[in-house]
Design a protein around this ligand. Structure first.
Ligand code: HEC
Ligand code: HEC
Length: 200
């Protein structure tokens, strides 16, 4: 009896384990993303700076965020409502569509403080260099789960860094970004956001 129960429990655990995400279909994704264009732009370049650009982002990062919105691991009223209607297949297709679009990089902003922290961090205060994970051109590292940041709107970057710092956003694996953002000052967040927006 106990043994049967154990087998059933293991089977249930296997079903609840993170789904293996197959590659999506970008053509299907384009149609499924029609309702997103009003905010994120028809090609994912964001209709206004408060709406993050999705163009050129890694498909697996986009899919993870949509899952996290849906399950409220990243609670955000608008996006949770949008993601509730999406199946795993929809998310994979939409992720494939946006990943295949070209990101429009903002006009380069010189920001010396942002540049220094991005490239070297501040070891004395325990701030790691962003390059270590996001790369010198902020293209990220898809297999490792580090998103691309280059060309993203400064207003969104700043908002989400403040959210990590204040722990309003807590869907980062192993608290990686909460640990990083905890030590950043407001001035550094502004500087980093301006610097990253101009990276290409
Ligand atoms: C009414 C405006 C609106 C609509 C429509 C909308 N979004 Fe969003 N989306 C947002 C906002 C605002 C955010 C930023 C949330 C935050 O600050 O954490 C966001 C964030 C996201 C993110 C996270 C981006 C990142 O870099 O982490 C993804 C992915 C996303 N949306 C996908 C979609 C998809 C797919 C659709 C259509 C099914 C959609 N959105 C429709 C407003 C919208
Ligand atoms: C140890 C690796 C690591 C380091 C170092 C790191 N990050 Fe991240 N970063 C991540 C991961 C992982 C995520 C994705 C979290 C998730 O899945 O939601 C992320 C996400 C982000 C996001 C959100 C992107 C989006 O589209 O919403 C921003 C902005 C960001 N990082 C900025 C920075 C900055 C600025 C630094 C340097 C001060 C930095 N990161 C250092 C691992 C890292």
């Amino acid at each position: 009896m106990t043994r049967i129960l154990w087998v059933l429990l293991s089977a249930a655990a296997a079903l609840a384990a993170p789904v293996a995400l197959g590659a999506g279909d970008p053509t299907e994704g384009k149609q499924k993303a029609e309702s997103c264009g009003g905010c994120h732009g028809p090609d994912g370049n964001g209709a206004a700076p408060i709406f993050p650009k999705l163009a050129g982002q890694h498909a697996s990062y986009l899919t993870k965020q949509l899952h996290d919105f849906k399950t409220e691991k990243r609670p955000e009223p608008t996006m949770t409502a949008m993601a509730l209607a999406l199946s795993d297949d929809d998310m994979a297709d939409i992720g494939a569509f946006y990943a295949a679009q070209a990101v429009q990089v903002e006009a380069a902003q010189e920001n010396e403080l942002g540049r220094t922290i991005y490239r070297a961090g501040d070891p004395q205060r325990g701030v790691p260099a962003c390059t270590g994970c996001h790369g010198p051109e902020a293209k990220g590292n898809e297999p490792a789960g580090y998103p691309a940041l280059r060309g993203q709107y400064a207003a969104y970057l700043s908002k989400t860094l403040h959210d990590f710092k204040g722990k309003a956003r807590y869907n980062d694996t192993n608290e990686m970004m909460r640990v990083v953002a905890a030590h950043l000052t407001d001035e550094e967040i502004t500087g980093l956001s301006e610097y990253i927006a101009g990276l290409r």
